[in-house]
Write a protein that binds this ligand. Structure first.
Ligand SMILES: Nc1ncnc2c1ncn2[C@@H]1O[C@H](COP(=O)(O)OP(=O)(O)OP(=O)(O)O)[C@@H](O)[C@H]1O
Ligand SMILES: [Mg+2]
Length: 263
């Protein structure tokens, strides 16, 4: 079945990013359909996180265009993205260490609130009712990921796998239309990865997911479509079976996958 451009939620074309003399992305294209899971894989340094930073507006590309729902991309500030329906997690955790788990997730929801991000700190421009709604929403997100009992703890006191769930809850608290996950399986045990696979498939029922991962077993299990980057270029794209059978991928990535990450 052919899919036209307007059926894509997010389209990136000719994305080029240079850091000084290094070309981190070189004319990369990516099309994200409104449903399902798109995998973005490639060896260390291939440009995956850089592409996420472009897709989520953190980084302005040297060249190329982004299209969100057939029009221009939303503004570059986190609350612009949140309101447009785009959320992400970061490689690593990026939780605020001095805020409770609940406040970390409220910070994700706060981007939708009228008061804007600073109101969380200042308390200005926000009604008590809004505050209650945000906290209820954040708690519901923590419940969805099975970690509501940690709501009043500081993230650093929790096991890494639990913190990863908190980061997922924060990204999902606004019910995004597009969720960008940067190495969500990093540091998880086998059983936790199985749970994560089920969560990603469940999220993908209502949300388009783009998944950056080195964990090949997870990628092959949950992705509908995979794009492979190497040295900032797309070297292969297709279904998991197509990508797995592509010798260019074997050469560039699977043959050199981090030994500890490969399964
Ligand atoms: N802010 C930056 N300044 C300079 N170079 C950068 C910057 N960010 C990334 N790079 C370089 O750009 C290239 C792509 O990096 P990127 O982090 O996107 O790779 P990646 O595919 O996410 O790798 P990994 O799997 O290790 O996370 C690398 O060579 C990296 O060193
Ligand atoms: Mg990365």
């Amino acid at each position: 079945m052919t899919t036209t451009a307007t059926e894509h939620l997010l389209t990136a074309e000719g994305i080029t990013v240079r850091f000084g003399g290094l070309t981190a992305l070189d004319g990369v294209g990516l099309r994200v359909r409104p449903d399902g899971v798109t995998g973005l894989i490639g060896p260390n340094g291939a440009g995956k996180t850089t592409l996420f930073n472009v897709l989520s507006g953190i980084l302005r590309p040297s060249a190329g265009t982004l299209t969100w729902k057939g029009g221009p991309p939303p503004g570059r500030r986190p609350h612009h993205l949140a309101r447009a329906g785009i959320a992400r997690t970061f490689q690593g955790l990026h939780l605020f260490p001095l805020m409770t788990v609940l406040d970390n997730v409220v910070a994700g929801a706060d981007r939708l609130a009228r008061g804007g991000p600073l109101s969380l700190v200042t308390g200005l421009g926000r009604h008590h009712r809004d505050e209650r709604e945000l906290r209820a929403r954040a708690l519901a997100a923590l419940e969805r990921f099975g970690v509501a009992d940690t709501a009043h703890r500081l993230p650093g006191t929790l096991p890494y796998g639990v913190q990863k769930q908190v980061a997922l809850a924060r990204a999902c608290v606004c019910d995004p239309e597009l969720l960008l996950l940067d190495e969500p399986a990093g540091g998880l045990s086998g059983g936790q990865v199985d749970e994560l696979a089920a969560q990603i498939r469940s999220l993908a029922r209502d949300t388009a997911v783009v998944l950056v991962e080195h964990h090949m077993d997870l990628v092959m299990r949950v992705c509908d479509h995979i794009v492979v980057l190497d040295f900032g270029r797309v070297i292969s794209a297709g279904t998991p079976d197509e990508v797995r059978a592509d010798p260019a991928v074997t050469r560039a990535y699977l043959g050199t996958a981090g030994e500890g990450d490969a399964r």
